[in-house]
Design a protein around this ligand. Structure first.
Ligand code: TEU
Length: 549
């Protein structure tokens, strides 16, 4: 019997994972080819980012046909083969459903454009203001105004993301029925898990100018969002208790997340929230350079941990995904303490209450892309913001510096399999440059090395399976005001676990706030883990202590 609380999810961005046909773009067969690698790591689910038919303006998050596979990723036969081979290894697939918007290439949108009234009501078309400006001043998440004017219709359509990603009108019951049909189609194919893209943005009802912000307050966690999720649950995945779901919640809050992911709410199994990944932003503004705020990071994670637990709701735990820079570059160290800091960061997340997600390459400590030239960037958001930053008066050099830190392409460079050309990702020309550090950072280098980052992840996955306290325990933050230590305790029945992490490359003193008699060290990133060690924690030191009464 699957127990999602003991499970770990591995995220694959197929385009950058493994290419079996030499066209430079990863594909579904590439995922099948690497299943044994994933089985060895010990993960339970694979979240595949969208591989459906798409013009690929936003790498598949712009879907033109939800029922078919994009030819660049393969065929339905190849998908069936992947499902079959994954099943054989007891690995389940999580599909990524983008239900907030479709590509403007989708037939619904094309019909909408052609003037078909039935399909026009599938999208959000509004009149502009009397002076000819857009209906509201809302900004697209990728830069610029969020409305596009279509002269033949005489109205504007809403696109919270790229201009080719038109927002669906969830107020229309026919839209909701079509979306339910899609989910049921994939459930019938045996899919046991779903991720829902920006699912807290689906309920829009109020179209007004935002004089304080970019418009998000009018459509984030909107008035009918919980009703819509309960309806989707009931009509689709709610009929199978084994199916797990995760909602991506953009700029959400705790109050809503305890509903989205509450055990008795009949909405979703768990949520991704992003506040802990905005600690190197200024407010909501990510295109700036500021050091990360450690205490803020710790406090946000602790608040979410304790509040979700109190309300019997479940978190997704993660540092990385295809939209985020690499965590070892962001909060760790890419030189002397690369390995130690990568292990420490993994331990912080994996021992918490919730379901851990590993993003491809994280398990081998992959780092940011380090691109030198705008020609190396592929992401629509990065390309737009490069222009926006320059228009704001920044020099090209300064704009590069910001992109280098915050671009989503940092996590989209090809998976580094081995030391051969293109890191073993493709025999062709990769669609995006491989990080030149692949000779030093690769899966092959690490699999058989007991002390590698890969094997540290493997151990963490095993701990979750072995110790009930990780899956089921409550969480107690320790010494929250410490300037550099991230520590907490987990408790469940007669089990106790203490997780201690030094977040910086300096030594620090740490006074254990509890009596440690009877505890033993079960995981560490140093060879000697001496829990009586005069209260000194070494650079990036991380340890897991355990006791059973
Ligand atoms: O991302 C939603 C989202 O709002 C972000 O993470 C976004 O990348 C960020 O705000 C930009 O600064 C999801 C997907 O994960 C992302 O890849 C898609 O581009 C986006 O939705 C649109 O479907």
């Amino acid at each position: 019997m699957y127990d999602f609380k003991k499970s770990v999810v591995y995220q694959i961005y197929p385009k950058s994972f493994y290419d079996t046909d030499g066209d430079g773009v990863g594909n579904l067969s590439g995922v099948t080819a690497k299943l044994d690698y994933l089985k060895n790591l010990g993960i339970d689910y694979i979240w595949l980012t969208p591989f459906f038919v798409s013009p690929q303006r936003d790498n598949g998050y712009d879907i033109a046909d939800y029922y078919n596979i994009d030819p660049s990723f393969g065929t339905m036969e190849e998908l069936n083969e992947l499902i079959k081979e994954a099943n054989k290894r007891d690995i389940r697939l999580m599909f990524d459903m983008v239900l907030n918007h479709t590509s403007t290439e989708h037939e619904w949108f094309k019909k909408s454009l052609a003037g078909d009234k039935y399909y026009q009501d599938f999208y959000i078309w509004k009149d502009g203001k009397a002076d000819g400006t857009p209906p509201t001043n809302w900004e697209s998440k990728f830069g610029g105004n969020a409305w596009e004017y279509v002269p033949s219709i005489g109205k504007w359509y809403l696109h919270l993301f790229d201009v080719t990603q038109a927002d669906l009108n969830w107020e229309n019951p026919n839209v909701r029925k079509e979306l339910q049909k899609i989910i049921r189609f994939w459930i019938d194919k045996g899919v046991k898990a779903f991720r829902f893209d920006v699912i807290n943005l689906i309920s829009k009802s109020c179209y007004e100018d935002d004089f304080e912000g970019d418009g998000r307050k009018f459509y984030t966690d909107g008035v009918r969002v919980h009703e819509y999720l309960k309806e989707l649950n009931k009509a689709t995945f709610g009929t199978d208790a084994e199916i797990i779901t995760v909602g991506e919640m953009s700029s959400t809050n705790l109050e809503n997340c305890v509903k989205y992911a509450g055990a008795d709410q009949d909405e979703l199994t768990m949520v991704f929230s992003f506040h802990h990944l905005k600690v190197d932003f200024v407010g909501n503004q990510k295109w700036v350079l500021v050091p990360f705020d450690f205490k803020k990071l710790k406090n946000i994670l602790f608040d979410w941990q304790t509040e979700m637990a109190k309300n019997n709701a479940w978190n997704a735990l993660f540092w990385c995904n295809h939209d985020q820079p690499r965590v070892v570059s962001r909060f760790g160290n890419t030189s002397e303490y690369w390995e130690k800091s990568a292990k420490m960061l993994a331990t912080v997340i994996h021992c918490m209450r919730g379901t851990p997600y590993i993003y491809q390459g994280e398990e081998i400590g992959m780092t940011n892309a380090d691109f030198e030239n705008i020609n190396q960037y592929r992401d629509v958001e990065s390309l737009n913001y490069f222009e926006i930053l320059k228009n704001q008066g920044l020099s090209e050099q300064s704009a590069y510096q910001i992109l280098k830190v915050h671009s989503r392409d940092n996590s989209r460079t090809p998976m580094q399999w081995n030391e051969s050309e293109n890191a073993g990702f493709t025999t062709g020309t990769p669609w995006i440059s491989v990080n030149p550090n692949y000779k030093h950072i690769s899966a092959e280098n690490q699999i058989n090395d007991e002390n590698s980052i890969f094997n540290h992840y493997k151990k963490l996955i095993n701990l979750r399976k072995q110790y009930d306290v990780i899956a089921y325990g409550n969480i107690i933050p320790l010494e929250v005001n410490h300037d550099s230590v991230f520590a907490y305790m987990r408790k469940y029945k007669n089990e106790q676990m203490i997780i201690i992490n030094q977040f910086y490359k300096t030594e620090t003193t740490w006074k254990y706030p509890i009596d440690l008699s009877g505890f033993k060290c079960i995981l560490s990133n140093y060879n000697d883990c001496n829990i009586q060690n005069n209260n000194i924690l070494r650079p990036y030191e991380s340890m897991v202590l355990y006791k059973k009464d």
